[in-house]
Ligand binder design. Structure first.
Ligand SMILES: Cc1cc2nc3c(=O)[nH]c(=O)nc-3n(C[C@H](O)[C@H](O)[C@H](O)COP(=O)(O)OP(=O)(O)OC[C@H]3O[C@@H](n4cnc5c(N)ncnc54)[C@H](O)[C@@H]3O)c2cc1C
Length: 507
């Protein structure tokens, strides 16, 4: 019997596979596509997920060392001047999803994970001890038993449906989006900003979501080739016999949004070149993230508008949240209820993403009342505290899991510490082992009984804490600021160790 089967080798399934393998459980990944998809969705990663990749040594593989947070971003097509924020948390990594998935597949394979391509999950039943899967592979149908199944099979998740988990939410048919790789004439490009001179609109900055009364326009001059994107408000439901999108469709959509014939040329280079038409959008959250031995991660658990690019920030952190807890459960040291904290922690985060993507969609809508709301929102976004709030929301830096103590870092994402010898916390977390960072030099003995599961790091660092217990997913499980932690604090440390990492070996 397999310990864990993951259905779906998209980015979130692959990330989960890496996290499980790091925690000592090698899952089997089933992917219905025979080859990696050439479809590109995400153009980049936004928020804490960039720091998560750094903490696994994966940022380096995609783009070298992590860059400082972005100086500006967009919220509901309004400029977010992040220089106003006291603590700017918004990291951005402009790497296409295809490359993220390819890198994760390489990493999973390195860690010994088997990925069976061309194998589609088609049925499942479960009892108290196992899940039985029906799979159709290149050699025909077969059966497979596993202790756990994780559905990472996207928004239309077969796993979710087979497990009988409802997917309530809304489908909004009013939007029509076009995206294409296309060139724009050099004389329309502003040499200083890279923006576009568009008669009647001035210079539209690059990567900016520009709203008009009829829709939204984005010009993204990526190094691999510029991307033009529009979103319109159109009551035009999808029709099965609609011809494939052409560059002329893109031109016509830009004309409707900007009231100007932007002379878009054929894309340069070998491609593949994107021509994508999407109608409507779904906002849905699975009724449960777990049904017995079946769990959901990523788009299988939640779908929402892609505005602001929050999808992989949510999904890859779901995977990091679930990986170590599921591995602990399989390996037998999980404290009671640990696996259920996956949902109790991640559902509220998904709900916040649903909230802010819907709020942004509302700010993009046509109409004078929306324009007035945008004017007001724009004024608010000149207040540093409002910028901080929105930046924390979009990045996920405001996430706080249920703390065990009242230390301000407890339950929060561990800060980017640098030890006195120059070692970054991110270098200590590539193995995804729980860590006790002890800058007091007095806590080593407290780990007795947990040294098989938790590593001790001694040293010094300028930090808001003198010791921190850090979970594999990067969140703080306990912290103190005392130079010499007293008995009460030591008891709280023990409680945190038991709460997250189970009983001590000698107990
Ligand atoms: C147009 C667009 C733009 C986006 N832009 C961004 C962005 O800029 N930033 C961002 O963070 N996010 C963005 N997103 C969201 C992001 O693409 C998704 O959140 C992400 O793809 C979810 O990954 P996943 O692994 O959960 O699911 P998927 O990527 O959908 O992968 C699911 C995998 O499961 C496989 N599968 C399905 N059914 C089965 C089965 N029965 N058996 C076996 N395998 C199966 C599929 O073939 C697929 O490989 C965008 C989405 C869209 C649509």
């Amino acid at each position: 019997m397999e310990d864990v089967v993951i259905a779906g080798a998209g980015p979130n399934g692959l990330m989960l596979a890496c996290e499980l393998a790091l925690a000592g459980v090698r899952p089997l990944v089933l992917e219905r596509l025979p080859e990696p998809t050439t479809e590109n969705r995400a153009n980049g990663l936004v928020g804490q997920v960039v720091r998560l990749l750094d903490r696994r040594g994966l940022h380096d593989r995609l783009a070298g060392p992590i860059a400082p947070p972005a100086p500006a971003f967009v919220f509901g097509a309004l400029r977010l001047d992040l220089t106003l924020a006291e603590r700017n948390p918004l990291h951005i990594l402009g790497v296409p999803q295809r490359r993220v998935a390819a890198m994760l597949e390489d990493r999973a394979t390195e860690l010994g994970v088997e990925i069976h391509r061309g194998h589609e999950l088609t049925g499942l039943t479960q009892d108290a001890g196992s899940v039985t899967l029906d799979v159709t592979g290149p050699g025909g149908p077969y059966r497979l038993a596993a202790r756990y199944l994780v559905g990472a099979d996207g928004g239309r998740s077969v796993t979710r449906k087979l497990a009988g988990i409802a997917f309530p939410g809304v489908t909004d048919d009013r939007t029509l989006s076009h995206t294409a790789n296309a060139t724009v004439p050099a004389e329309l490009t502003d040499p200083d900003s890279g923006g576009l001179h568009v008669p009647g609109h001035g210079v539209i900055p690059p990567f900016f979501h520009y709203r008009t009364e009829t829709g939204l326009f984005v010009h993204a001059p990526f190094p691999a080739g510029p991307l033009i994107s529009t979103m319109e408000w159109a009551d035009a439901p999808e029709s099965a016999d609609e011809p494939p999108m052409t560059l002329d469709d893109m031109r016509a959509s830009v004309r409707r949004v900007l009231g100007f014939d932007l002379p878009l040329g054929e894309p340069e280079g070998d491609g593949p070149h994107l021509l994508r038409r999407l109608r409507g959008r779904n906002t849905r959250l699975a009724a449960r993230f777990r049904e017995g031995r079946v769990l959901l991660v990523g788009d299988a658990a939640h779908v929402h508008s892609a505005v602001g690019g929050p999808g992989l920030n949510l999904g890859l952190q779901d995977a990091a949240g679930l990986g170590w807890k599921l591995a602990a459960t399989v390996r037998g040291w999980a404290p009671a209820g640990l696996l259920d904290t996956y949902e109790s922690e991640r559902r509220p985060v998904a709900e916040r993403v649903v909230m802010h993507t819907q709020a942004q969609s509302a700010l993009l809508a046509p109409g004078r009342d929306v324009t007035a709301l945008r004017d007001l929102f724009g004024e608010l976004l000149r207040l540093p505290s409002a910028v901080q709030h929105v930046a924390d929301l979009m990045s996920g830096a405001d996430v706080r899991y249920e703390p065990g103590t009242d230390h301000p870092l407890d339950g929060r994402w561990a800060p980017d510490l640098v030890l006195a010898d120059g070692t970054r916390l991110a270098e200590l977390t590539t193995t995804a082992r729980p860590l006790l960072l002890d800058f007091t030099g007095s806590l080593g003995d407290e780990l007795r009984g947990w040294t098989d599961r938790v590593d001790l790091v001694s040293g010094h660092a300028a930090a808001d804490a003198t010791a921190l217990l850090i979970r594999p997913d990067g969140y703080v499980a306990w912290a103190t600021s005392s130079a010499a932690p007293d008995d009460t604090e030591r008891k709280a440390l023990h409680a945190a160790l038991e709460r997250w990492f189970g009983r001590p070996l000698d107990a």
